[in-house]
Design a protein around this ligand. Structure first.
Ligand SMILES: NC(=O)c1ccc[n+]([C@@H]2O[C@H](COP(=O)([O-])OP(=O)(O)OC[C@H]3O[C@@H](n4cnc5c(N)ncnc54)[C@H](OP(=O)(O)O)[C@@H]3O)[C@@H](O)[C@H]2O)c1
Ligand SMILES: [Zn+2]
Ligand SMILES: [Zn+2]
Length: 334
């Protein structure tokens, strides 16, 4: 079939209409008609080839909500007409220890939706149905897409950083990922401090469930949190001033990166050692965790705040992500 999409022809190029023909449907694949697709900062990194793995023409989009149109002969868990979601990951080997432990996101052979494949800035997507998730009825189509990448990334990272409830959690950056992280951490029973460079977001943070908001200007904080934090989650797509943040952590506290704004970081070891603190990083989440995250979002009313754009305004939407004027997630809707 012919798919009409928006693609970047080369590094940093604005997106333009582009179409391509798909191959015959394989037994594990399905065709999904795109209803909506979020714009993650990873789409911007990919357009810019920041990670040196982009292939052009590049069709971004990996926070996809759509309707199943057709399934391959080996597909039984979804059927035509189902409302489904697709995130960053397109497939994995399914046989390695990581896959068998439900950590398909850690598989050495994991394939991203928009690396070597075409994503959701399109009218249809053909993909591996094993990474296609039914959407609970309570979650609304315009806002559910961002949960499939941004949402699962922060949910899984907070889990593996040790978040339970009754803890003090700091979220650095209140963008697409960050504003969902504030909601998850708060609604799951934690005291949340948001760290933001935007004063309007500091004023709005309480509406997301934050108990405190620190405005960050350069290396300076508007104030220090009243108590040390058990977990700090960094969601910013820029280098982090680790020296400043490590000292906000409690003993045995964990700083977890999900936004990677630099290839490597200078970790100050003495303040780490003195308080047995940890630094870690975390990629998306496995399939079981995605199902669990969707149920938690449904049960606790965690939903991204979205600005909707028609697909032909995709460049306008990307510009707002680039210049940090989006509040809080851009979503394209057909
Ligand atoms: N680990 C994973 O699996 C995974 C998955 C998805 C995305 N990501 C990555 O996570 C990062 C965030 O993605 P996103 O979609 O949430 O991006 P986003 O919507 O653009 O939000 C990023 C936020 O970081 C803050 N920020 C931006 N530039 C900054 C700078 N120079 N210094 C300090 N703060 C800055 C801003 O928050 P304030 O206005 O509050 O300061 C901004 O809203 C990206 O690098 C993305 O690639 C990782
Ligand atoms: Zn993403
Ligand atoms: Zn595997």
């Amino acid at each position: 079939m012919k798919i009409n999409a928006f693609a970047a022809a080369k590094k940093r190029a604005p997106l333009a209409p582009w179409s391509f023909e798909t191959k015959e449907l394989r037994c594990q694949e399905c065709v999904v008609r795109v209803l909506a697709c979020g714009i993650c900062h990873s789409d911007v990194h990919m357009i810019d080839n920041d990670w040196m793995m982009s292939q052009y023409p590049l069709v971004p989009g990996h926070e996809i909500v759509g309707e199943v149109m057709e399934v391959g002969s080996g597909v039984s868990h979804i059927k035509a007409g189902d409302r489904v979601g697709i995130g960053w990951q397109k497939s994995a080997c399914m046989h390695c220890d990581d896959c068998l432990h439900g950590n398909e996101n850690l598989c050495d052979h994991n394939v991203p939706t928009i690396v070597g494949n075409h994503g959701g800035f399109a009218d249809h997507v053909v993909t591996d149905s094993r990474f296609v998730f039914k959407i609970p009825d309570g979650l609304e189509t315009p806002s559910v897409g961002p949960l499939l990448c941004g949402g699962i990334t922060v949910f899984s990272a907070l889990h593996y950083a040790g978040m339970t409830s009754g803890q003090r959690v700091g979220i650095i950056g209140v963008g697409g990922l960050g504003h969902m992280a504030v909601q998850f951490a708060s609604k799951m029973g934690n005291h949340v401090t948001a760290f933001t460079t935007s004063s309007d977001k500091a004023e709005f943070a309480a509406n997301l469930g934050a108990h405190d908001a620190v405005v960050v200007t350069g290396n300076t904080f508007s104030h220090a949190p009243a108590k040390k934090l058990d977990i700090l989650l960094s969601t910013i797509p820029a280098p982090l001033d680790l020296d400043n943040y490590i000292n906000l952590l409690n003993s045995d506290g964990t700083l977890c990166y999900v936004g990677i704004g630099e290839a490597s970081a200078n970790v100050p070891l003495l303040p780490l050692l003195q308080k047995r603190r940890r630094v870690m990083a975390s990629p998306i989440g496995g399939r079981g965790m995605i199902r669990h995250m969707l149920d938690v979002a449904d049960a606790h009313g965690v939903a991204p705040i979205v600005e909707l754009f028609p697909f032909d305004k995709v460049n306008e939407a990307i510009d707002k992500v680039r210049n940090n004027t989006i509040r809080y997630r851009a979503v394209l809707m057909n």
